[in-house]
Design a binder for this molecule. Structure first.
Ligand SMILES: CC(C)(COP(=O)(O)OP(=O)(O)OC[C@H]1O[C@@H](n2cnc3c(N)ncnc32)[C@H](O)[C@@H]1OP(=O)(O)O)[C@@H](O)C(=O)NCCC(=O)NCCS
Length: 169
């Protein structure tokens, strides 16, 4: 019998290539048919291993869900970027590789990110999801997020609605 360790830990520079691969696989499947193909390619290609290496080295908060030796997902988070919203923190991105979705790992990663923010005094938080991203919307609702704002973002010539979900401190 073998035991597989599943843990959430901070990303290290040595993880950069694995995070880039996780980003590529999860964004491609999540946004195919939602974000126009050429725009999606651009968003993915600008986030190679070098980009992640730089981000990790400059101290961005990036946590990984690691399944055995495999990076199954990542979350990055920090201070809320939208001044108009009265929430301290923000989960900027939370993505799992397709084969690791639906197993409770998203909840685990989100809870870890929230706890990490709370430890530095950031108690309330917000997360933005594209309104067409049905699984993400269902996920944030299942986690108790309340829809508090709407906005839109342009991807090439397509304008997509996004919704902010919030948790109080
Ligand atoms: C969205 C995502 C992070 C959810 O993670 P996950 O590990 O699949 O979700 P979990 O298994 O932890 O589920 C947690 C809760 O959300 C609910 N949920 C998750 N995905 C759902 C879906 N597609 N439809 C309905 N409910 C869903 C679960 O039922 C569960 O509720 P419960 O605890 O009350 O039973 C993951 O599927 C993912 O990475 N998707 C692609 C990337 C993405 O869209 N990221 C968000 C960008 S804003």
């Amino acid at each position: 019998m073998s035991t597989i360790l599943i843990e959430v830990r901070r990303a290290k520079p040595a993880d950069a290539a694995a995070v880039a691969e996780t980003h590529d696989a999860s964004w491609r499947t999540a946004y195919q048919g939602i974000i126009p193909g050429r725009e999606l390619d651009k968003l993915i290609n600008r986030r190679g291993a070098d980009w992640w290496d730089g981000s990790i080295r400059k101290g961005s908060r990036i946590s990984l869900l690691v399944f055995g030796e495999t990076v199954a997902g990542y979350a990055n988070y920090g201070r809320n970027r939208a001044r108009s919203l009265q929430y301290d923190g923000e989960v900027y991105e939370l993505y799992l590789r397709p084969e690791f979705q639906g197993l409770g790992f998203g909840r685990r990663l989100f809870t870890a990110a929230r706890r990490d923010l709370a430890q530095s005094g950031i108690k309330s938080l917000v997360v933005w999801a594209l309104a067409d991203n049905d699984p993400a919307v269902a996920f944030y609702r299942a986690l108790g997020g309340r829809p508090v704002a709407r906005s839109s973002e342009k991807f090439g010539d397509k304008v997509l609605d996004k919704v902010a979900y919030a948790w109080n401190g």
